[in-house]
Design a protein around this ligand. Structure first.
Ligand SMILES: [Zn+2]
Ligand SMILES: [Zn+2]
Length: 410
């Protein structure tokens, strides 16, 4: 590693602007811009960390200057700032992030310089540019730089002597909970199995297998208000089409490339709920991009209510055998989902069970079970592939005629 003094000597022999000189010592002193730091280095006889204070900045110090190491980009900071602000015009934003693709020649010269003098105390060209331009944009627009979760990322491409701005518009995410009161709609948009969405006779040229879904019932006003191009729906698990969910299932609605972000969520929630009796949404709030993974990992216990029809006659006394459902259940992957999941035996726990005798062939069963328990199979046994089961315990064919999710643990 070179001494600071040696590094200074080598640099001063080069045709280098104050920005690029100062940037090689960016970690020395506080509250200075690199060109001010560079001007101090040029002025002083030797390098002393105590010299990096405002009083020592020479009068002539100014940002910019032609030089091989930056290709003169610092003379164009306002130009880049204008370009980015113009590109933001269509979007309603609170936060942003700047990315830089510097001129190739500057990158090459910077790498050569680092090989010669090391990278100690330096700030890369990219970092300085994005910092300076980001600050100018903040001052002019009132938007804030956000390194974690910016609404938009503007990449300034300075390569090939052309200046371009590429935008990456980040999704707007809305968290909420839903209930599903229909036994006829899936959770997410379901393109026609026949035409895969392009439209055909079988789907009445709608492109959909089911005319609507929980997703569609929710997303419409959000796409309209944000002018996003589409939405993705992330549910904390899902229920079958013919299953109601009354337990308030968590979801995140992801709006892709929105123009508008300042939504009145209360108003939109009311609009969704007034437009449909198939679903209802609750507790809508803005969230962040980690939330979909978070709610999917939760594996909350769920409580179900099932209407069951038995083949043989049953008595009220028979139902006491249903205590046997409590504890571990072994389930081979059901036939109906086999094409989607690798075949295996999973073990889940039934935590609570309760029942109501209706008549000689009908009962209502309530079970609270671990996430991922196949409830219909827990009832009809899936030809012995789920043990124990209602069918096994009662000793007669048992069919689930109706299923509701009535509770989801927090
Ligand atoms: Zn320079
Ligand atoms: Zn079709």
């Amino acid at each position: 590693m070179l001494s600071e003094e040696k590094k200074r000597e080598i640099l001063l022999e080069k045709d280098i602007c104050d920005h690029c000189l100062g940037r090689q010592f960016a970690q020395l002193g506080h509250g200075l811009e690199n060109y001010e730091r560079g001007a101090i280095i040029r002025e002083k006889e030797e390098l002393d960390e105590n010299d990096f204070v405002r009083e020592n900045i020479p009068e002539y110090a100014e940002t910019g200057g032609e030089c091989e190491y930056c290709q003169g980009v610092f003379t164009r900071l306002d130009h880049y700032t204008d370009m980015v602000i113009d590109s933001f015009e269509r979007y309603e934003l609170n936060t942003f992030l700047i990315g830089i693709r510097p001129p190739q020649q500057a990158v090459k010269k910077e790498e050569e310089l680092w090989e010669e003098t090391g990278v100690e105390w330096t700030e890369p060209l990219k970092t300085e540019l994005s910092r300076l331009i980001g600050k100018k944009i903040e001052e002019r627009t009132g938007l804030e730089v956000d390194f974690e979760r910016a609404d938009i990322m503007a990449v300034i491409d300075m390569r090939d002597g052309k200046d371009r701005v590429e935008l990456q518009v980040n999704s707007l995410l809305i968290y909420g909970k839903y209930n599903k009161y229909s036994r006829e709609i899936p959770q997410t948009e379901w393109p026609c199995n026949n035409c895969r969405g392009s439209g055909c006779d079988e789907c009445d040229w709608t492109g959909y297998q089911y005319p609507t879904s929980v997703q569609q019932e929710i997303q419409e006003p959000f796409i309209r208000e944000t002018k996003g191009i589409e939405a993705k729906f992330h549910g904390a698990g899902r229920e079958d089409i013919n299953v109601k969910c009354l337990g308030k299932r968590e979801f995140v609605l992801e709006l892709i490339e929105p123009l508008n972000r300042d939504l009145d969520l209360k108003k939109l929630q009311r609009e969704v709920n007034e437009a449909t009796d198939k679903i209802e949404v609750f507790d809508l709030q803005f969230t962040h991009s980690d939330k979909p993974a978070e709610i999917k990992q939760k594996h909350a216990n769920k409580t179900y209510r099932a209407k069951i029809k038995t083949e043989d006659r049953i008595t009220e006394k028979d139902l006491e055998k249903l205590e046997g459902l409590l504890g571990e259940v072994e389930q081979d992957t059901p036939e109906r989902v086999e094409h989607r999941r690798a075949e295996k035996t999973r073990v889940r726990e039934v935590l609570e069970t309760d029942w109501e005798y209706e008549d000689e062939h009908h009962l209502i069963l309530e079970v609270k079970a671990e996430a991922g328990t196949y409830i219909k199979e827990l009832i009809h046994s899936d030809e012995g592939r789920t043990v124990p089961s209602v069918k096994g315990l009662l000793g007669t064919e048992s069919e689930c005629t109706q299923l509701d999710v009535i509770g989801i643990d927090k």
